[in-house]
Ligand binder design. Structure first.
Ligand code: ARG
Ligand code: ZN
Length: 420
């Protein structure tokens, strides 16, 4: 046996032992929508089995209330359809060819060097934009590097607010882009930054109501990877922790509150791989450390926002259990205040409720940690547009509409916190 053959064989066995990696081309991949989970005996468990044990990439969480969207690469379509039929599931084809949709998106998306909200921009462009915004408005904004990613990219937080004498203002923290493929998220966080810093005369009120800390891209390694031409790259979700068979940890399963609980996987090939231990990843650790340090320095944390796509849902804790926090009613009231301002803009509807009530468990999220650690009363994951027509491949032409309406929600929330 030649040495190279032996090496390949060894790597192959290693991959088998570790679980099979998701290597696929998006070409010919489909997104199926399961519509009758509640009518299937043990339907939820059967879907969870597909996600956790069979490593299918779920675009929406297994759940009983709404449809569940599942990404299936061409070589697994037969296996998937057989499982569906054998178990009595009914489904529709939501996206017949993901590869085609990605090519269309690429053709429409014009990138850099200047920041805009008609296109999805690269991390470099985003970094320059955030630095420039702070530099040109240093009276209200400042930027801080809160850590470095696995691939040594800087993670930056911009703080925006006007000082108010004799008052500890309520503070908001926002993480964007923790899941690489959810491109709309960094587009929104940067839009909010732009509104606050570059249009600040219009939002003077808001800047004296709250201090807002925005981490526009929490997973820049993953984000940049999704912009590469590697096969399957556009649909990357996790960070880029290297591994011979299956790189990446799901950062939104790596936070240290009931870490490793329901809806997480110990298999590093899974899209919901929790990592080797709580806060094993530099990206989640940087967020925790920043929030802890600011709290010690006297920041009055009140609201935590994790910006994700897609579902059009305003999700509050808990994400790890079907139980509700004791102040659940308050959290829902807060969410309703946001959605009440959002929907009138274009009629876009959002559901408000707990993660497990509207979806299903997923422990180790930043939202649960923000609440469970006691730093934030109001913690939420906002799943923005759409409801599955394009899913993660939301056309760039929808960025501004999505930004405009969610921005109204953030403004309403600032007012809520100020009046509280
Ligand atoms: N789509 C997000 C995820 O799967 C939802 C997060 C909701 N919160 C949670 N703790 N699971 O990470
Ligand atoms: Zn997400």
């Amino acid at each position: 046996m030649k040495l190279s053959t032996a090496v390949l064989l060894f790597l192959g066995i290693l991959a088998l032992v570790a679980g099979l990696p998701h290597t696929y081309d998006e070409k010919g991949s489909k997104v199926f929508r399961v519509v009758n989970t509640a009518q299937v005996e043990n339907g939820l468990e059967k879907l969870q089995h597909l996600q956790v044990n069979e490593n299918f990439d779920f675009w929406t969480r297994p759940n009983l209330k709404a449809a569940t969207d599942i990404f299936v690469p061409p070589h697994r379509i037969e296996e998937f359809e057989t499982y569906m039929k054998d178990n009595g599931f009914t489904y529709t084809v939501m996206i017949p060819d993901v590869g085609k949709l990605i090519l269309q998106e690429k053709a429409l998306n014009k990138q850099g060097p200047d920041m805009d909200w008609d296109n999805y921009q690269r991390y470099e462009t985003i970094l320059n934009f955030v630095d420039q915004s702070a530099l040109s408005h240093s009276e209200i904004a400042s930027v801080e590097e809160i850590g470095r990613t696995i691939e040594n990219r800087p993670m930056i937080v911009i703080k925006i607010g006007t000082p108010v004498a004799n008052k500890t203002k309520p503070a908001i923290f926002m993480d964007g882009g923790i899941h690489a493929r959810e491109w709309i998220s960094p587009a929104l966080t940067t839009y909010f930054i732009n509104q606050l810093v570059n249009n600040f005369t219009s939002y003077d009120d808001m800047l004296s109501q709250v201090d807002i800390y925005i981490l526009p891209v929490a997973n820049p390694d993953g984000y940049e990877y999704t912009h590469s031409n590697a096969s399957g790259a556009r649909m990357w979700r996790k960070n880029r922790r290297p591994d011979v068979s299956c790189p990446g940890v799901d950062l939104n399963r790596n936070f240290g509150y009931v870490w490793g609980g329901p809806g997480t996987s110990p298999n590093k090939c899974s899209e919901i791989y929790k990592g080797t231990q709580a806060f094993s990843e530099p990206e989640s650790t940087a967020i925790r450390n920043f929030i802890q340090r600011k709290s010690i320095e006297g920041v009055n944390w009140r609201a935590y926002f994790a910006i994700h796509s897609y579902a059009q849902m305003w999700l509050v804790p808990w994400g790890w259990t079907y139980d509700f926090p004791q102040d659940y009613e308050d959290l829902v009231r807060f969410g309703n205040a946001g959605v009440a301002a959002l929907t009138p803009v274009h009629g876009t509807r959002y559901d408000v409720g707990s993660v497990t009530e509207l979806l299903s468990p997923g422990a180790g999220g930043s939202d649960d940690w923000a609440k469970g650690s006691g730093f934030f009363k109001y913690s939420q994951t906002v799943e923005v547009r759409d409801t599955g027509e394009y899913g993660f491949i939301l056309p760039p032409s929808q960025i501004k509409d999505c930004a405009l309406e969610t921005w109204e929600a953030i403004r309403a929330i600032a007012k809520f916190l100020d009046e509280e």
